[in-house]
Design a protein around this ligand. Structure first.
Ligand code: NAD
Length: 492
């Protein structure tokens, strides 16, 4: 028997049952060391069916359906408290699965706790409408849950991505079946345990680890799943949307990006370069909003590139739990190979690698999937590395001459998730912000995110908006109710 098959086998959660399954078990690998963390039970089609039936019954139960908003809000508040109380455990689970540095994992746990707290408040204060009557009747708009929501999530930030779906879906009155990424299944399982301890009725949150092709596919095709909320790559999102279209169920999609980060010549260059560095190298660039295309006005290009290269070379790449580590490994070995092949394409297309472009030296990094912060210049806006989402610590620098040239280049992409503009000219900031085809524009800052502000992509970066008060409406359908006021319609 191999060492990995002796590793702990984590069960999945269906209702209040922790179900262990040896067949097809996933191996969770620590990307910093290559070691097996544990194995994780995988849901086959029969277990998907059992979980959806459990969720459906729980969603329809009086315990959940008739729970008053303030009571539901209390449950969400207790989940938030439970997440905070288990901060170290949750941060560690994310760190050993996706390799993000400890400080970032801790910050994401705090953000997830805040998300549950926020949707507790939304749940408690959410209203419905009495619409102006156009006759002898009272007309109302009520909002009702879909029933069973399938939440499917990626590996880069399971802590926050899963909270962003589960908290509003529960506030809206649904039951959720979560299919976390096969690379990061443990965070979702731990939060579900915390939710049960917080008094969430069993069956309202079920967690089914597994692959996309197996568990994910079975889940989205299940006839009792009435809504799909997906975050992940654009190709996967397109496939899931096609299934949702066939099934005529709603789908929310948070997809990939290739976000333009823009520096005009009049900007505070020091602050701008700091923003660029955080915007691309935080989380080893594995962020959907990573500012991976850097557009710099030609008159400051040389200066910005020099500052950027110096900063990239000074980033402390280290084991994610090492004191002062700023960048850990990328999330896996296959993922690193993909990053390497895109950097190789940049070399072939006459790009100049100004920093990084390789794995770090030294025994400390030998077993992990590390890759250095990388700066590439000299590519055209049509180059493969400029057009494709790399999802790694790689920024491509491109010059521009004026505002029109900039807007045309920045918008010349299939993606439209995020963008950033650095300039001292507030009129220009406004014009460019309005002209960029992106769901988020940061002005003289980057990657600042708030749970209170709706978030989502233009173009192939997604459909629908998560977060904010309106984020709860993603998980509800409205119902018009007409109530006659005509006494003649009542019995004598
Ligand atoms: P992915 O698309 O490969 O996988 C995402 C999830 O979908 C995983 O849980 C996977 O198992 C599942 N899946 C795959 N195929 C499926 C299928 N046919 N049916 C059902 N489920 C299926 O993405 P990833 O590699 O895990 O994550 C990286 C991607 O996520 C990047 O493109 C990134 O930009 C994107 N992302 C977007 C946002 C956003 O908010 N817009 C946030 C984070 C990540």
């Amino acid at each position: 028997m191999s060492a990995s098959s002796l590793a702990e086998l984590k069960p999945m959660l269906i209702g209040d049952q922790w179900v262990a399954r040896e067949d097809d078990a996933l191996e969770s690998i620590n990307p910093a060391t290559g070691a097996v963390n544990y194995r994780v039970s995988v849901a086959d089609a029969a277990l998907v069916d059992r979980a959806v039936a459990t969720a459906r019954a729980a969603a329809a139960s009086k315990a959940w359906r008739d729970m008053l908003p303030h009571a539901r809000a209390q449950v969400l508040g207790r989940i938030s408290d439970g997440i905070r109380a288990h901060s170290d455990e949750l941060a560690r689970l994310q760190m050993i699965e996706n390799g993000k540095v400890w400080s970032e994992c801790r910050a994401q746990v705090a953000s997830a706790a805040a998300t549950y707290r926020y949707y507790a408040a939304v749940c408690e204060t959410l209203g419905a409408e009495v619409t102006p009557s156009r006759g002898d009747y009272l007309s109302m708009t009520a909002y009702e849950p879909y029933g069973v929501v399938a939440a499917i999530t990626p590996w880069n930030s399971p802590m926050t991505m899963e909270a962003q779906k589960i908290a509003p879906a529960l506030a809206a009155g649904n039951a959720v079946v979560l299919k976390p990424s096969e690379i990061t299944p443990a965070v979702g399982l731990a939060v579900a345990r915390i939710a049960l301890e917080a008094g969430l009725p069993p069956g309202i949150l079920n967690v089914l680890p597994g692959t996309g092709a197996g568990t994910g596919k079975a889940l989205i095709h299940h006839p009792d799943v009435r809504m799909i909320s997906f975050t992940g790559g654009t190709i996967t999102g397109r496939n899931i949307a096609a299934v949702a279209a066939q099934r005529l169920i709603p789908v929310a999609l948070e997809l990939g990006g290739k976000s333009p980060h823009i520096i005009f010549g009049d900007a505070n260059l020091q602050a701008a370069v700091d923003g660029v560095v955080d915007g691309i190298f935080e989380g080893s660039g594995q962020s959907c909003v990573a500012g991976s295309r850097l557009f710099v006005q030609r008159n400051v290009l040389e200066q910005v590139v020099e500052m950027l290269v110096a900063r990239a070379n000074s980033i402390r790449v280290d084991l994610p739990d090492a004191e002062g580590a700023q960048m850990g490994p990328v999330a896996g070995f296959r993922h690193r190979e993909r990053i390497e092949s895109l950097v190789a394409s940049a070399r072939q297309e006459k790009g100049e690698i100004l920093a990084g472009g390789r794995r770090p030296d030294g025994d400390r990094f030998a077993q992990g999937s590390f890759y250095l912060p990388t700066v590439i210049a000299g590519l055209s806006n049509q180059a493969t590395a400029v057009r494709e989402e790399i999802f790694g610590p790689v920024v491509c620098v491109l010059p521009f001459d004026d505002e029109d040239d900039l807007v045309a280049q920045a918008n010349d992409t299939v993606f439209g998730l995020a963008s950033g503009v650095w300039t001292a000219n507030y009129q220009r900031a406004w014009r460019v912000a309005r002209a960029l085809e992106a769901g988020v524009v940061w002005i003289n800052t980057y990657k600042q995110l708030s749970i209170a502000t709706p978030f989502g992509g233009f173009k192939e970066s997604g459909i629908g908006r998560e977060k904010g008060v309106t984020g709860v409406r993603l998980y509800q359908q409205s119902k018009g109710i007409y109530w006659s006021m005509n006494p003649a319609n009542l019995p004598e």
